[in-house]
Design a protein around this ligand. Structure first.
Ligand code: T4K
Length: 406
């Protein structure tokens, strides 16, 4: 690490040395105990049972069921395919209401199956589906709602359950970010018809690639298990259409190992989050999105909201400065699904009914966290942001002159 910046000329963007020698990434994986993982992998190799509902996948599913307090957990090769299975098992078609403020997979799983994702605005308070807007978008073609617990901050489950029941709609939650989080003091996983978690490498708990569908519906679980394995009900008997959505044994071994360190991962995330909040307190126009402290959170996403008018510098310029200093902050989930293809071309006017979504997407920036990040690096990143905002107008002027390139 180099010395703190004293003048704007010290910024790497304008010729100074970068603050960090190595790149600080968002989404660096948390790793559990390596020796424990290797022992499990040795066992998998010794037994020559590598996939197809093996011992470790079954153990992981049991462990997840216990932790989430749900009757069924179906491990999958990733959350995208898990969501696709859930959408298909619920026989959703026509239109499904979904936020645009999410990773594009949420919309793609619908469009991929010929279902129209109807983008709905989010509440300015929760940044998740606004139930009133949902209600307005229900049409005769609507068959379901696919809500997202964005950044692990829960969607308004009570209101959405009420709408889904009254309107007879399927209700799924994309819980990709929300493993180990609670709402109404209940673990996320048991709401709606099913909830789908991602255990991708970038999630705070990972199985390299992977995911799981949680549900309390016995019939749905049975259908999902069949669909996960080509529709096989027995060795030679295929009873339905299916695909290959199975999780491998090595992935499950990674998951079981990660679960043993879950409390440590959360503690480190919590420490980093507190340090960011404290370190950025009072920086004008910069707010770290909060978590409900009455609930359990995984603190995996440290998201800044930058108000250009107050900060004197916009989100994109802050990001340019940080990247040059080797802090790879990310604009998750800019520009929003409705401004991505194919949706932008199919329905170019969708943005007009998504004012909150568009405002948020132009202001948010996700910062690195996790066990790969040192505490000092968090503190230095805060100093850097404080400096950048403190010198916002000068940086902005210089960027205007140079076109922003280094
Ligand atoms: N729904 C939501 C709301 C989601 O956020 C996601 C996935 C899904 C559904 C679908 O879940 P999966 O089907 O993936 O299980 C990444 C992840 O690939 C994606 O899983 C995740 N959301 C999304 C938020 O982040 P990208 O396009 O940002 O990935 P990439 O390659 O730019 O990597 C992100 C950062 O992580 C980089 O800074 C590098 C770092 N990284 C990444 C990997 C893979 C590492 O340090 N090590 C690694 O091994 O999508």
């Amino acid at each position: 690490m180099t010395a703190p910046k004293c003048t704007v000329g010290d910024l790497a963007l304008f010729g100074g040395a970068p603050t960090f020698g190595e790149i600080l990434h968002v989404g660096r994986p948390n790793l559990g105990d390596r020796a424990r993982l290797m022992t499990r992998i040795d066992d998998i190799l010794d037994r020559r049972w590598l996939t197809n509902d093996g011992r470790y996948v079954q153990e992981l599913e049991g462990e997840l069921q216990r932790r989430l307090g749900v009757k069924h957990c179906i491990a999958t090769c990733n959350a995208t395919i898990g969501l696709e299975l859930a959408v298909r098992a619920l026989e959703l078609r026509g239109e499904v209401i979904v936020p645009s403020l999410t990773f594009v997979a949420t919309a793609h799983v619908l469009q991929w199956q010929g279902i129209t994702p109807v983008f709905c605005d989010v509440s300015p308070h929760t940044l998740t589906l606004d139930p009133e807007r949902v209600e307005e978008l229900v049409s005769p073609r609507t068959t379901g709602i696919l809500a997202v617990h964005l950044w692990g901050r829960p969607a308004d489950v009570d209101a959405l359950v009420e709408i889904a029941e009254r309107r007879r709609l399927g209700l799924l939650f994309d819980a990709a970010h929300a493993f180990a989080c609670t709402t109404r003091r209940r673990m996320i996983g048991g709401f709606g018809d099913a909830e789908v978690f991602s255990f991708h490498a970038t999630k705070f708990f990972n199985t390299f690639e992977g995911g799981a569908i949680a549900t309390n519906d016995d019939g749905l679980a049975r259908t999902l298990r069949l669909m996960r394995n080509f529709g096989f009900s027995d060795y030679d008997s295929v009873v339905s259409l299916g695909t290959n959505a199975k999780m491998s044994e090595v992935a499950a071994a990674m998951g079981l190992t990660g679960l043993e360190s879950l409390d440590d991962f959360i503690a480190v995330n919590r420490r980093n989050y507190d340090a960011y909040r404290h370190g950025l307190e009072g920086v004008p126009g910069v707010e770290v999105l909060g978590y409900d402290e009455k609930e359990e959170n995984n603190y995996q996403y440290v998201v800044l909201e930058i108000d250009r008018e107050i900060a004197g510098i916009g989100r994109d310029d802050v990001m340019k400065v940080l990247w040059a200093e080797n802090v790879r902050a990310r604009r998750y989930f800019y520009p929003g699904c409705h401004r991505m293809e194919p949706y932008r071309s199919i329905r170019p006017g969708d943005g007009e009914r998504l004012p909150v979504t568009e405002r948020v997407l132009d202001r948010v920036l996700t910062l690195p966290t996790g066990t790969a990040l040192g505490y000092d690096e968090v503190l230095r990143t805060c100093e850097l942001i404080r400096f950048v905002v403190g010198h916002g107008s000068e940086i902005h002027r210089r960027l205007d002159r140079t076109g922003g390139a280094r």
